[in-house]
Design a binder for this molecule. Structure first.
Ligand code: NCD
Length: 336
């Protein structure tokens, strides 16, 4: 039975294909695996002399970033360009905007330019959902990070990194360390790891940087770094999101490093072949020692490369999901 528009999950079309990419929440293992497999096939494009495929030729992808970004913005641009799309990027200053107004006004203006996809980063949790639901239901919306809520392409590029280096998720112990409270990356990673069948997901943080109800993600919670790192296969370090902190959640960055910083000595508590990951930007000497960030177990720069392939996969899948939905709507209309 085809789900009705009201019941259908917002990010899927009537055939269950991706049409927006807003969150990992509610996506099946099959769909996440399809994203990873598609990204794997795009990695080869990045290794070619001519790094282009014509999948999005004639389409316009518009990056609208209401929050700062280096990696996410540039890799979305590259991904869209490698798919042969026309790409425009807007850095919208948030300093003097009142919530909602600028978002809507800016997007309505962009809509009038007939863009086919928007990649949106916004400081408010739920912004990408809001746009997909109220502003552009027929234009693919890709979430490039919304507040503390979700950063699904980062989640998927982290999964691709783990799968390519560890072969799968079935027997893995993965630790996510640091500012879990403010991290959209942590949320997307916990959901993706769970959905892909990782049996041991650990979060390690001081109590003040753990969200209430974190256990609902099916993770084990540690406040002691040494205990939490024991024998893990993967360590995902997070930056302290000071821009989202209100009030004194931490004594100081130095104190945080002494208790939760990943040093060479502490890395030795994990499995000898444990991967060290970080979404960037890294803060050396705050959450991670330089020798670890640049060391042989670090795959931090591989994550950036894989990010292009994941973003190519998501852009192309959402574009064909939208096209399939348009076709379905047209067929339905003709039958009436
Ligand atoms: C992350 C983000 O913006 O959420 N960075 C990223 O996208 N590469 C993490 C962070 O800013 O710390």
């Amino acid at each position: 039975m085809t789900p009705t528009a009201a019941k259908r999950p917002l990010q899927l079309n009537d055939l269950g294909q991706l049409r927006h990419f807003l969150s990992i929440d509610g996506l099946s293992r099959e769909l996440l695996t399809e994203i990873l497999d598609t990204a794997d096939s795009f990695l080869e494009v990045g290794a070619r002399a001519v790094k282009k495929v014509p999948l999005l030729r004639g389409k316009t992808v518009c990056n609208v970033f209401f929050e700062n970004s280096t990696r996410t913005r540039t890799t979305f641009e590259l991904a869209a360009q490698r798919l042969s799309a026309d790409v425009i990027t807007l850095n919208v200053s948030t300093s003097s905007t009142s919530k909602g107004e600028t978002l809507l006004d800016t997007l309505r203006n962009l809509e009038a330019m007939a863009a086919d996809m928007f990649v949106v980063r916004h400081g408010d949790s739920g912004a990408a959902h809001f746009i997909a639901e109220h502003v552009c239901p027929n234009v693919a919306i890709i979430n490039g990070g919304d507040g503390r809520h979700a950063h699904p392409t980062q989640g998927m590029l982290d999964m691709l990194t783990i799968r390519r280096h560890k072969g799968g998720f079935e027997n893995l112990s993965v630790a996510i360390v640091g500012d879990i409270l403010h991290s959209r990356v942590a949320r997307s990673n916990m959901l993706a790891l769970k959905t892909l069948g990782c049996p041991d997901i650990r979060v390690i943080a001081p109590k003040t940087l753990l969200p209430v109800g974190i256990e609902q993600y099916g993770v084990s919670v540690y406040t002691d770094l040494a205990e939490g790192l024991k024998d893990v296969d993967v360590i995902i370090m997070l930056r302290l999101q000071t821009e989202r902190m209100h009030g004194g959640l931490l004594p100081s960055a130095g104190e945080f490093y002494r208790t939760y910083g990943l040093t060479t000595q502490r890395l030795a508590l994990a499995k000898p072949d444990a991967l060290v990951m970080h979404p960037g930007p890294i803060n050396r000497g705050v959450e991670i020692e330089s020798a670890v960030a640049d060391g042989p177990q670090s795959v931090i720069l591989n994550q950036v490369t894989y990010g292009i392939a994941i973003r190519m996969a998501v852009l192309s899948m959402a574009m064909s999901g939208q096209a399939a939905q348009r076709q379905l709507n047209q067929n339905n209309q003709e039958q009436r």
